[in-house]
Design a protein around this ligand. Structure first.
Ligand SMILES: Cc1cc2nc3c(=O)[nH]c(=O)nc-3n(C[C@H](O)[C@H](O)[C@H](O)COP(=O)(O)O)c2cc1C
Length: 213
C-alpha cells in the first residue's frame, strides 16, 4: 500500500483516546493494547526499548523482548552481568518504550526493577530451544571479544558441555520485572493533535491525567 494512504488510514480510522473509556488499571489497559498489537503488528509486537542508567545517571538503551506481564510487572530476560544488568544492579530504575507503527501507538513505562524469582527464571529458561540455552552459557554478554572466530570457538566449546541432559540455567542469566509507577499511552491523531493519557501511582491508587502532545 502507498505509504501516504497507509498513514491516512492509520490516522483517521483510529478513535480518539478517552480517559473515561480506559481501564482504571494501566496494566489491564496495557494488555488490551498489547493484544491489539500482537494481532496487527507484523513484527515482534513484544519488542521494547529498555532504558537504564548507571550510578552516575548516564543513560543507555537497547531493545529487549517482553515475555510476560505478571504480578503487576513487565518481565524480560537477559544476562545479569551485561551492561544493562550491571546498571540495573546499581540503579534499579528503568524505562520501557513500545512503538507500534501500524496503529500509530506508543506506550512508555517507568518504574523500579527487581530480579525475577529463580523458579520463574528456571521455568522460562527450560522453555527455550537448546541452542539458545547453550548460547546463554557461551556468551558473556556485552564483554569485548577478540574476533568472530573466538566467538565461534566459545559457541563450539559449550556444545558438548551437557551431553544427554537438560541444560541448566546459568546463574548469570535470568529475568527482571519492572514494577510500573508511571505508564503513558500515546495515540497518534491527525495534525499532530495526539492523545496522551498518563497513569501515575499515587499512594495505593493510579491517577490519570491527559498530557498535551
Ligand atoms: C528485536 C531484538 C530483541 C532482543 N531481545 C533481547 C532480549 O530479550 N534480551 C537481551 O538480553 N537482549 C536482547 N536483544 C539484544 C539487546 O538489544 C542488546 O544488544 C543486548 O542485550 C546487550 O545489551 P547491553 O550491552 O546494553 O546490556 C534484542 C535485540 C533485538 C534487536
Amino acid at each position: 500500500m502507498n505509504q501516504d494512504i497507509a498513514k491516512l488510514r492509520r490516522d483517521y480510522l483510529t478513535a480518539p483516546l478517552r480517559r473515561s473509556h480506559m481501564d482504571p488499571d494501566p496494566l489491564v489497559e496495557f494488555q488490551r493494547w498489547f493484544a491489539s498489537a500482537i494481532e496487527r503488528e507484523p513484527h515482534e509486537a513484544n519488542a521494547m526499548t529498555l532504558a537504564t542508567a548507571d550510578a552516575q545517571g548516564r543513560p543507555s538503551a537497547r531493545i529487549v523482548l517482553l515475555k510476560e506481564v505478571d504480578r503487576g510487572g513487565f518481565v524480560f530476560f537477559t544476562h545479569y552481568a551485561s551492561r544493562k544488568g550491571v546498571e540495573l544492579e546499581s540503579n534499579p530504575q528503568a524505562c520501557l518504550v513500545f512503538y507500534w507503527p501500524d496503529q500509530h501507538r506508543q506506550v512508555r513505562v517507568e518504574g523500579r526493577v527487581e530480579r525475577l524469582e529463580v523458579e520463574a527464571s528456571d521455568a522460562y529458561f527450560q522453555s527455550r530451544p537448546r541452542g539458545a540455552q547453550l548460547g546463554a552459557w557461551a556468551s558473556q554478554q556485552s564483554r569485548p571479544v577478540a574476533s568472530r572466530s573466538e566467538l565461534d570457538d566459545l559457541w563450539a566449546s559449550v556444545q558438548d558441555r551437557f551431553p544427554g541432559q537438560e541444560v541448566p540455567r546459568p546463574a548469570h542469566w535470568g529475568g527482571y520485572r519492572l514494577m510500573p509507577s508511571v505508564v503513558e499511552f500515546w495515540q497518534g491523531r491527525p495534525d499532530r493533535n495526539h492523545d496522551r493519557i498518563e497513569y501515575r501511582l499515587e499512594g495505593e491508587g493510579w491517577q490519570r491525567s491527559r498530557l498535551m502532545p
